[in-house]
Design a protein around this ligand. Structure first.
Ligand code: GLP
Length: 246
């Protein structure tokens, strides 16, 4: 158990980082808890303000803590790891983690495909596709913003379903007989804009992960073009790579 900060061989900021890490590991400080201020840490461990600040700053950049302007520094929650090996939807991912999936529908409409959607879905610009914009929740907490453009013959029938209560992937597979076979997905880092920060309940400029997915059905036909914005503090993506055998 690491409890004190002394003039040992390790730099003091490093020792304080270990003290904080240890408290979190032991569950003394839980995700979402406010940790003591820099001033309190200085007093408690007899260290300078600069040392306290350096420890906190490093733990923030490592993702263990996060700062909220005017409020203080908090313990981050464990990130949701989304595997990139199997094609799954949000509902399945959350159920696998024993979290309650949820959705708030921001809009559901027939919408004329723009250049990006037309290119990915291999249709003409302006062709109507079903477009669904949802805020995705896990245990009622906002995690991601998703816009899915769906194209197949009869896709307008999706308008009859309430996508707050249904899984889109389940509907396509089971009700519409549009099996989802594979997907190409791109992933990039970005910062939350004004609208996104409001919906995802993070500060403007917070880190987010953007993904673009094209999902394929039978006969190699693209059926979904989805763009998603995930909160950088709650999501981690992982994949496994196999080296070519020579
Ligand atoms: C993921 C994908 C989206 C997809 C969604 C379906 O989050 N990024 O492209 O539309 O899952 O989720 P559900 O089946 O829960 O509606």
């Amino acid at each position: 158990m690491v409890e004190s900060v002394s003039s040992g061989p390790l730099p003091r900021y490093h020792q304080l980082k270990e003290v904080i890490r240890d408290r979190i590991r032991r569950g003394e400080w839980s995700p979402g808890d406010l940790i003591p201020s820099e001033r309190e840490l200085c007093e408690r461990y007899g260290i300078s303000r600069m040392t306290a600040r350096q420890s906190i700053t490093e733990l923030v950049s490592e993702g263990l803590l996060y700062r909220e302007q005017g409020k203080g520094t908090f313990v981050s929650r464990t990130k949701i790891a989304q595997q990139l090996l199997r094609l799954t939807g949000f509902t399945e991912d959350m159920r696998a983690r024993e979290q309650r999936p949820g959705a708030k529908v921001l809009s559901a409409e027939m919408w004329p495909a723009d250049d990006a959607a037309a290119e990915r879905l291999r249709i003409k610009v302006g062709q109507p596709v079903y477009r669904l914009r949802r805020l995705r929740l896990a245990d009622s907490e906002p995690l991601a913003l998703e816009t899915s453009c769906i194209n197949f013959i009869g896709c307008e029938r999706l308008l009859d379903y309430n996508l707050e209560q249904h899984s889109l992937y389940h509907l396509l597979d089971a009700t519409f007989d549009v099996p989802l076979l594979e997907a190409d997905q791109e992933l990039e880092a970005d910062l939350a804009g004004e609208l996104e920060s409001g919906l995802l309940e993070v500060a403007i400029g917070s880190p987010v992960l953007r993904t673009r997915r094209v999902t394929i059905t039978r006969r190699n036909q693209p059926v979904e073009f989805a763009t998603s914005v995930y909160r950088g503090d709650t999501y981690r993506f992982y994949t496994r790579m196999v080296r070519d055998q020579r």
